[in-house]
Ligand binder design. Sequence first.
Ligand code: DCP
Length: 604
Amino acid sequence: MNVDHRVIALIDMDCFYVQVEQRLQPEFLGKPCGVAQYYTWKGGGLIAVNYEARDFGVKRGMRGEQAKELCPDFHVFHVQEVNGKANLTRYRDASADVFRVLNANYKLVEKASIDEAYVDLTEDIQRLKESQLKLTIDDFPSTHLAGFTTKTNDERIEIVNKWLKDCELDDEKRNYDLVLGAYLVEKLRKKVKEETGFFCSAGIARNKILAKLCCGFNKPRKQTILTHSDIDHVFDNTPVQKIQGLGGKAGDRVMELFKVDNMGQLRKYSLDALQASLGESNGCWLYNLVRGIETTPVSSRNLYKSISASKNFPGKTSLDTTEKVRSWCQNLAEEVFNRLEKDRAENKRRAKLLTVTCTSATNETIARSCPINEYSIDRFANDAYRILKQFNKSPSTSNIYSPAITNLGIGAGKFLDSVNSRSIADLFSKQTNKSEQIISTENTINWQEEDEDEDNEQEETITEKPPSPPVISPVKGDFFRKFQKNDEQMKTPAKIETKPSSSSSITSFFSRYTTNENSCNSIPEQSDDRYITCTKCNKPILAWDMPEHEDFHYARELQKEENKNTFQPATIIKPTKPMKRKNEKQQNDNHTLDAFINKKSKNQ
Ligand code: DCP
């Protein structure tokens, strides 16, 4: 299938945790509300704020008390607490309700986070085309077009109506599948509301990155279409960091290297120039992306890659005795165990690898893994404690744990299907005989989009962007040292064509453990300041991606064992020239209602 003709939607729940709480206490519907961490200092740090409260200037990261100063009627819900830490079961269960609706209606649904999903609508649209559906503006009650600011609903109707007519009249019917996509998403969002009680927004475009970008243009309770002809205009106004995969330090670096602020400014760089600085694959990815082309498929992944529990212990609360460390190993192990058992019952799979991550008061971060032989709270807790004991510098006779721990996380991953064949079981037993793997950490660029509103004082970030990583402060300094070292290798890009350089240090930041490094299809992945060097391939891998990465090696071993060496090389998408279409116009004019209407009337 030609990837350029895909239609992808990103469905994103509106102020999700607040809606979950309001569903339980409907008397608060329509009122300004927020959800605060269980930690109650100054009313707790807000992790979700509804749109009624945002109108008063209340933002995520503020304290509940601060919110009340801005909005006296503000109501704060608190995240449940179990064993002295946040319990997110309520939100996870609500998320499962939403995914049940999505999965019941579409085949290709990918869980992007606790409240976000990509849906590939392409096949459904092909079927719908055959039904010769006659659509009117009434079928699009909450649809907007990216790049057009509308102040009133009448303006929105006028613009969307005109666009619908244009699409219908266009001989090539290039955008007609986006029309049908928007129609399907209107229906899907309605269904989600009817069956879960939750409102959501959506972005509809040709690929995941564009769908994600435009979803945020008209929140809440609305959906936005980004057409190919509007990409240049939209990118001219899109800060580089707003693009998924270019958030955080990676985006900073691209901005610095190419002296750009927004995506549109990257258009002037040739493929060679981008590749010379970013490496072959990443340069190619960026070159295509600024032209609206990105081919990452929607993979029907609904399950988390790992299940983990973590907690911060700032300042005086740091774990400075062996007793405290032991007790928290037990608490976290219990949470991981309960969730793993639930996961095993629901998803018929077993985790094989336990990973312990911790940050010390001296700001050192470690991540160590060992095999999981059985699901048992005590076993998890003992394994975790056994690992942590190695880093205790106090004499074994003392009950002091030094340096004290400021963040502790236990995670389980490397899932195996319980219904898998005997060969997998054999390999499993071989793995369990292996001694504990000791893996070192390495700091590198941060691909993770950091939330500007994030409150640094939050006791714990409980965002569940899958897989939920233990939140560990980056070890300062190393990241910059790494760049200093690499700066010499990184050429400042010339606008003139230069020979692509294959030895670009930033390449490693873009690439993960992909096997097809030359593929233009591979994307930069999000990362954090902590990487683990894979003992099998020596590549830096995100700590919480390690289970999945090891799955890759594991699968290879398995394949070797079974003599089925049938690895398919991934498709290499060659960069294409910017698409020129019939009647396509320069989109640099102001996208106002007037400009749009004038443009259309000139065309008639
Ligand atoms: N969340 C969290 N910690 C954060 C960010 C978010 O625990 N730092 C939780 C609360 C949110 C949920 O994840 O409700 C989803 O996060 P989103 O970023 O999608 O934000 P919302 O759904 O709250 O709002 P929006 O309507 O802007 O998407």
